[in-house]
Design a binder for this molecule. Structure first.
Ligand SMILES: *Cc1c(COP(=O)(O)O)cnc(C)c1O
Length: 532
């Protein structure tokens, strides 16, 4: 590869904005978008190359001495990186929660990078700060449905905030539990509050042995990261088994009381609106009652399922979410926004003050700087992408997308259910379902527990084998997980997991994916064992 000269003149050129449509940079840009469009029209994996092999392209630990020309570097990226990326836009990529995006985000992304606003502080963002606050207000209204006068009072208030925009559901969950922790151990008499004095002093002052949080076993692993970071400790997570996939309010109440009888304080109950593994929604309304009875914070993790609220037809599935103290939403999942768009919303606009932070050179008291109540510091203007999506699609547009995904999941579930060699494991509540290939189901139905345990072992092998082979073949992608279901008590099983998000996925695509899986399965030893 030829090297650019090392000179200030060259570096200035890199920083200078291109002149006109025919500039070199404009040509490079055109070249890149052509290649991207080409890539996105192909299979999930375009070129079969092993990860180890790809690692060879990224194994030099030395910073290059000499600058490269942008055009040549762009070509290198196309060759080494783009061609071996995963085509998450493919209609047969149905394995994960982040996938295809509307194309208008590409030109909008240029605006975002071009302006490079930093939302930590008004001095570096100006109009982006009010925009972000409006986005938080719109999502707050969608979830909590307060009166217009409420939003007039709080949307742009310097002393309160309706939520915190952040990079994703993980940071949103951390933010919400951070607020809950600080609210649980507030200043009192000589004690200046946990934020100032630390957890040990807080527990001592209030006479608690531990703080803890309660959720079902389907809680996202970001919750355990959060309790670790907040000094609460992973052992203090009360996670209840849920063979029926949702948290039982009765069991939650009993477990919460038992936890507190040991001298502990339950910090929060976390209800999940759309679990990552099966897409189920906890009984939020009943859990709100339990939280009230235990006098603790009620957090709803709606990172994935929250967008269901756009749908008049299905929003009832999340009934009770409006009673949460805090709610996590990920716009980069079912709101089709590029990654980096999470939100923690607070029903009470004063709650964010539990974590308010000031610094002299930045975040001065009384300012409207968003950084004062966010966990993250420098942040880009991702809220603009949410703002644009909300306008370009509108609530009705989102409703169409959400309804279509849910209905497609139901169709897919029916296909699976009707097939003699497929077993639907969890039916879709929203647009996520799990299933497995299960030949010899009549044999399974007739056998005892011990034999079924053995057969489940063979079935697990079959699922893992098929999932890997299908992924490596590169035409389609379905993920897998391991969970316990009521049908096989005490026996966690491995299952295929499907998230239907891409509006372009057709019923025929889904049929093809099943056919491919079945034909792979029939060549395995496990299949022979199960049907013998
Ligand atoms: C995806 C997800 C998260 C984590 O969100 P990130 O954006 O990946 O950090 C948390 N909770 C649930 C229920 C999720 O689906």
């Amino acid at each position: 590869m030829s090297k650019a000269e090392v000179s200030l003149a060259h570096l200035f050129r890199v920083f200078t904005k291109p002149e006109g449509k025919d500039s070199k940079l404009a040509q490079i840009e055109q070249h890149l978008s052509d290649n991207l469009a080409d890539f996105l029209s192909q299979h999930v994996v375009t070129k079969a190359r092993s990860l180890e092999d790809i690692e060879q392209d990224f194994s030099d630990p030395h910073v290059p001495e000499h600058p490269e020309f942008v055009s040549e570097h762009a070509d290198a990226l196309l060759k080494k990186l783009v061609s071996h990326s995963v085509n998450t836009y493919s209609p047969t990529f149905i394995g994960h929660m982040t996938s295809a995006l509307p194309y208008f985000h590409l030109p909008l992304a240029k605006l975002l990078v071009g302006l490079n606003q930093n939302l930590v502080k008004i001095e570096t963002s100006k109009a982006f700060t009010p925009l972000e606050r409006q986005v938080l207000g719109m999502m707050h209204q969608l979830v909590f449905g307060e009166q217009d006068s409420f939003y007039q009072q709080y949307l742009h208030s310097a002393d309160q905030s309706l939520g915190a925009f952040c990079s994703g559901g993980t940071v949103a969950n951390m933010t919400a539990l951070w607020v809950a922790r600080n609210k649980a151990l507030p200043a009192d008499g000589t004690f200046k509050g946990v934020a100032r004095e630390g957890l040990a002093a807080g527990l001592m002052h209030y006479g608690y042995r531990h703080l803890g949080i309660l959720s079902s076993k389907r809680g996202h692993y970001s919750l355990s990261k959060a309790v670790d970071l907040l000094g609460i400790g992973r052992n203090q997570m009360v996670t209840l088994p849920c063979p029926s996939q949702t948290l039982s309010p009765e069991q939650a109440l009993a477990a919460g009381k038992a936890f507190e009888q040991k001298g502990n304080k339950l910090l929060a109950i976390v209800g999940i609106a759309g679990t990552t593994e099966t897409g189920h929604v906890d009984p939020l309304d009943e859990l709100a009652d339990v939280a009230k009875e235990l006098n603790c914070h009620f957090h709803v993790d709606a990172a994935w399922g929250g967008a269901t609220l756009f749908s008049h037809r299905y929003r009832h599935l999340l009934k009770g979410i409006e009673r949460a103290d805090s709610v996590t939403l990920d716009a980069h999942k079912q709101m089709y926004v590029p990654m980096g768009a999470g939100m923690a919303l607070f029903r009470n606009p004063n709650d964010s003050n539990a974590v308010r932070h000031h610094a002299q050179y930045i975040l001065r008291t009384g300012s409207k700087d968003l950084g004062a109540t966010t966990l993250e510091g420098s942040r880009n203007g991702m809220a603009m992408m949410v703002y644009a999506s909300l306008h370009i699609l509108g609530r009705q547009g989102y409703e169409l997308l959400i309804n279509r995904s849910i209905e497609k999941a139901k169709t897919f579930a029916a296909l699976i259910d009707a097939h003699p060699n497929l077993e639907l494991i969890t039916a879709p509540t929203l647009s996520l379902l799990t299933y497995r290939i299960h030949p010899g189901q009549d044999i399974s139905r007739a056998c005892d527990d011990t034999t079924m345990k053995q057969r489940n072992g063979v079935l697990d092998r079959l699922t893992v084998g098929v999932q890997k082979q299908q992924r490596e073949a590169g035409k389609s992608f379905v993920s897998r997980t391991r969970l316990e279901v009521a049908r096989y008590p005490g026996q966690p099983i491995t299952v295929f997991r499907v998230v239907l998000a891409n509006p372009l996925t057709t019923e025929q695509d889904l049929r093809n994916i099943l056919d491919e899986q079945l034909s792979i399965a029939q060549t395995t030893r496990a299949w022979a064992e199960l049907t013998a």
